[in-house]
Design a protein around this ligand. Sequence first.
Ligand SMILES: [Zn+2]
Length: 322
Amino acid sequence: MSEQLTPATAMHYPWQEAQWTSLIAQVEQQRIPHALILGGPKHTGKYQFALTLAQRMLCESPVGGYACGSCKQCHLMTANNHPDLLKVLPEDEGKAIRIDSVRALGEFASKTSQQGGWKVAIIYPAESMNQNSSNALLKNLEEPGPNTLLLLVCHEPARLSATVKSRCRMVKFPVPTITQSRPWLSQVAGQDQDIEQLLDFSEGRPLLALQLIETDLLERRRELECMLDDLAAHRTTPLLVAEKLVAKKPVANDPVVTIDWLYSRVSSDIRSDQGDISSRLMFRYLDRLIQAKKLLQSSANPNVQLLWEELLLNWQLLFVTR
Ligand SMILES: [Zn+2]
């Protein structure tokens, strides 16, 4: 959705300026490494960055560091049909990247380019490669073909194998600062949105913030925040809130997502607190949330109502002990 190639010339996001400038300088001085890991948290636009860089590499006559948007190569790119760009993706979101796809990458890398210029392969998300796929990739990393650039777009570089990492140059894409993301988000989200709250709810990740507006998740998240405030102030009971969460009214949601929200609320409370005893309890509470999430994701089929009652009671208790 937000990570699609825009017509004519792909553009990176404004908070990626430093990474862009540095890489383009290396391209222009012909010292771009043959494999890059674009690493950093999800929802910050790394895939869009990879596409922008790919188009720049494939373009016949770049202008000011960017693809021109009008040459044959740029047209092939925007038509999503460039023979010298290979996207190595899982068949379904969340699934592993198949070893066949990585082998196809090997073939792609060993052939000469069809349009006579560079060849670019994007592996996304790179941490979806399992051990076998990673091993298959290593061969390409050891014997890269000429004018071939591999871009490993990775949300969790810690999950990449050490050998893969050691053969690539890491380019870090941290969560942008509010100063970096606010102007962009106000522009695409509209002036009537509470930008600070959106960035707070999305832990500073601008594309997730946008997703919150485009779906009704923002409304649900606000409802959860209200319920948590009511619990903290003893205006409601854990039992009543647990019933609402389970009945999916008004927080119609996957319990795992709701736990993530609760986690992010507690983390944000810890950040804004000044290290008194409560933050120790809050860290312990975060552990409970992690356990609860694991339980929900396991095959144990837990009683969700009881799970929520316990989590919400413990949430309320955090405020009693202050
Ligand atoms: Zn062009």
